[in-house]
Design a protein around this ligand. Structure first.
Ligand SMILES: NC(=O)c1ccc[n+]([C@@H]2O[C@H](COP(=O)([O-])OP(=O)(O)OC[C@H]3O[C@@H](n4cnc5c(N)ncnc54)[C@H](OP(=O)(O)O)[C@@H]3O)[C@@H](O)[C@H]2O)c1
Length: 235
């Protein structure tokens, strides 16, 4: 189909960058959206994720007149200058909880809302949102990391609810909540010392796995919560 394209939100992420390179290698056009400036990359839209700038970005995307086949929403924050993941209840702060829910649950949902009119239609489109196994309530055996864990669980619920709605209103859209496995990126950097070398994935490996999963799944009205190996994760 002419003018097919891939959209990557949160494009500065290490995994997002690998996805962009992999899609370019396959000859696909990729439009990237990020809080950060372009640093030499083309088809890059800077956006501060405010409602006004999301609306402005959607307008710019509409002007491109693309058929969107793949959308990757990569945003996710585990730690920042203000806070590391909590080990104990006493470490919870409402500021950190709100910040994690904003970046990890609310923003991906707002992008899904904003993109729906662009994606809905006849072109089959897979939207993969970077979630995490840690958002699985069934899999929570170790505890800790309250705000990240809870924000990914909330993300999964938002996506599950959207999938039910899309099964009626946007049957061409396939939703995937993807767990990349522990991947070498700024997000995992402070915790990599406890990971065996062969258990730490490169962003390139993870991008290939995600692209293969997208190829293997067609729109079916469901949210698939999958790990890098394509195995379903318990909710
Ligand atoms: N690395 C891992 O081991 C691992 C494991 C499980 C799940 N994940 C998930 O995989 C995804 C990509 O992570 P990564 O490892 O590639 O991390 P990364 O390189 O640290 O990327 C961080 C991502 O979060 C966005 N971001 C940072 N601060 C933000 C804020 N204040 N508001 C909104 N967005 C913000 C960035 O978007 P901009 O481009 O706009 O800056 C970027 O997309 C995340 O959702 C993460 O939770 C990663």
């Amino acid at each position: 189909m002419a003018n097919e394209a891939t959209l990557v939100v949160g494009a500065s992420s290490a995994i997002a960058q690998a996805l962009i390179r992999a899609q370019h290698q396959r000859g696909h056009r990729v439009i990237a959206i990020s809080r950060r400036p372009a640093s030499g990359q083309t088809d890059w839209l800077q956006c501060d994720y405010s409602d006004a700038q999301i609306a402005h970005t959607i307008h710019a995307l509409r002007e491109l007149n693309c058929h969107w086949r793949r959308v990757f929403i990569c945003n996710g924050v585990l730690h920042d200058e203000q806070a590391m993941p909590e080990k104990r209840l006493e470490e919870l702060s409402s500021t950190t909880l709100q910040a994690r829910f904003l970046s990890n649950s609310i923003l991906p949902a707002m992008w899904l809302q904003a993109l729906l009119p662009l994606l809905r239609g006849k072109t089959p489109c897979t939207v993969a949102v970077l979630s995490a196994r840690i958002g699985s309530i069934a899999d929570n055996r170790l505890g800790g990391w309250y705000s990240y864990r809870a924000s990914k669980a909330a993300l999964n619920m938002l996506l599950k609810t959207a999938a039910i709605e899309f099964s009626r209103r946007a049957k061409n859209i396939k939703l995937i909540a993807f767990h990349p496995g522990t991947t070498d990126s700024p997000l995992s950097a402070p915790f990599q010392h406890s990971i065996a070398d062969d258990a730490l994935f490169t962003p390139e490996f993870v991008a290939e796995r995600l692209l293969s999963l997208c190829d293997a799944h067609s729109p079916d009205g469901q949210l698939s919560y999958l790990d890098w190996a394509g195995k379903p994760i318990a909710w």
